[in-house]
Design a protein around this ligand. Structure first.
Ligand SMILES: Cc1cc2nc3c(=O)[nH]c(=O)nc-3n(C[C@H](O)[C@H](O)[C@H](O)COP(=O)(O)OP(=O)(O)OC[C@H]3O[C@@H](n4cnc5c(N)ncnc54)[C@H](O)[C@@H]3O)c2cc1C
Length: 430
């Protein structure tokens, strides 16, 4: 590699790496692009759904509209006749219990949910489903073919070279071990770090996901079905069905347990004939704070990371790539909410999620059961017992009146603050 002819180095051939290469190359930069080239990654496994409403309580995804508008521009610009990347669709959600229907209906009529969620309908309209009476439709929803997006970048700028990262700036290439010169910025878009670079100390908590590719003529091809499993149309009679997730065994290979589990759910909750034609697996680079991040690697100068795309890489990657590249090229500061979270913040947030820390003073308290929670009177204004029980009648951000569920690790969907971030702060103390 002749480093004199290079302006920047990108490591990682997944969606984040490919979009970074496209962004920088389109602005006239000469890029050396490396990947370990093992033929599997989270991007090649994932279904690429850009879903505005997620989770069992149907929560609006953090800053979704901001991410979506950058994503649509990026993928439309990249799309060609040979590489169809964006697919507009809808998600039909199974609402099997009265609680699910209640949670769904509580969202209706409340912005921004009104733009995406529709009145529940009877499940009789989808005879392929079992054990569900009501369905909710989320639309519009887009699916990004992440494989096509990567291939479109490769067609435009050339494929990545083989390069296995050993340290933040040390690569093993076909020519042997090489260190990237200090003057060259290196961007690490390596997803969930595995050996030999698992010591980058990034605040990640990755987990593995598996999916099956099936053929079936008993499923609708114009919408995604989410009922215990996600069934995603992949064109013709082909469907992506997932997921089986595991946190303990971060193997990159699909397992027979994974396949058996997906088959079992498919046969229990779907009334279809099908044939399995493929089995995929990838490790999602989930951040410990469940938020994506970009910035300078604290332990290595002139080395940058983009990571934490977790379960939402398709929608998050374009804006995160733009934020990182603009900070390198034009010195535009990375906003705090996209920066690599400080260790203390990660800890606070993790403990906040499991309900053990006072968000104001950071004191850790041991909690033995849910009944140990107490709500000090100064703080319970917007975070009451009823809010904890999913009664969304009380807003959790008193400035915007939003009703993101405060039990989740999400703040107000407009200002990102936790309930009372502008005033009385939510406290969980013993
Ligand atoms: C089962 C499953 C379903 C998913 N469904 C969705 C979905 O519906 N919607 C959505 O938005 N997201 C989904 N995702 C998540 C999405 O796939 C990820 O957020 C996204 O692909 C992450 O992209 P990335 O480029 O950061 O990481 P990756 O895609 O993992 O890419 C990292 C790249 O870096 C390379 N690399 C790693 N280590 C090294 C090294 N040491 N040296 C050199 N190269 C290295 C890898 O080979 C890989 O090519 C899903 C993921 C899975 C697993």
């Amino acid at each position: 590699m002749n480093w004199d002819e290079i302006d920047l180095v990108v490591v990682g051939g997944g969606l984040a790496g490919a979009l970074t290469v496209d962004y920088l190359s389109s602005r006239g930069k000469r890029i050396a692009w490396f990947d370990r080239q093992i033929g599997s990654s989270s991007s090649l496994t994932g279904a690429g759904i850009m879903n505005p409403i997620t989770g069992r309580k149907f929560v609006y995804s953090w800053r979704f509209d901001q991410f979506l508008s950058e994503a649509l521009v990026t993928y439309q610009a990249l799309q060609t006749e040979a590489h169809q990347i964006l697919h507009e669709t809808g998600i039909v959600k199974g609402l099997p219990t009265p609680g699910d229907i209640n949670n769904w209906c509580l969202r209706l009529g409340e912005p921004p949910y009104t733009s995406y969620m529709h009145e529940p309908v009877s499940a009789q309209s989808l005879p392929c489903l079992r054990m569900v009476e009501q369905l909710g439709l989320i639309s519009p929803v887009y699916r990004v073919d992440m494989t096509q997006a990567i291939q479109a970048v490769e067609a435009k700028w050339g494929k990545s070279h083989f390069g296995l990262l050993h340290g933040p700036r040390v690569l093993q290439t076909h020519a042997g071990m090489t260190s990237v010169p200090e003057r060259l910025p290196v961007i690490l878009a390596i997803g969930a770090p595995v050996d030999p670079v698992n010591s980058l100390d990034l605040p990640l908590s990755p987990y593995q996901g598996q999916a099956l590719l099936i053929r079936s003529s008993d499923l609708p091809s114009d919408r995604i079905i989410h009922h215990k499993l996600k069934v995603v149309p992949y064109g013709g009679d082909m469907f992506w069905v997932g997921t089986y997730d595991q946190w303990n065994d971060l193997t990159e290979n699909p397992t027979s347990v994974g396949e058996a589990n997906i088959r079992m759910l498919l046969e229990t909750y779907f009334n279809i004939r099908y044939e399995v034609i493929g089995h995929l697996s990838g490790i999602r680079p989930a951040g410990r704070t469940r938020r994506p991040f970009v910035g300078v690697l604290p332990t290595s100068p002139n080395t940058f990371v983009i990571n934490g795309l977790g379960t939402k890489g398709a929608s998050l990657a374009p804006l995160m790539v733009k934020t990182l590249c603009d900070s390198i090229l034009f010195h535009i500061p990375v906003p705090d909410h996209f920066s690599i979270p400080r260790a203390e913040y990660v800890l606070r947030r993790m403990f906040y999620c499991v309900g053990r820390v006072c968000w104001v003073c950071g004191t850790l308290k041991e909690i033995t059961s849910l009944h140990d929670y107490k709500y000090p009177s100064s703080h319970d204004q917007f975070y009451s017992e009823s809010a904890r029980r999913n009664d969304h009648s009380k807003p959790c951000c008193h400035v915007h009146g939003c009703r993101s569920h405060p039990d989740h690790d999400r703040g107000c969907h407009r200002c990102d603050s936790f309930a009372g971030g502008h005033g009385p702060t939510v406290v969980q103390s013993v």
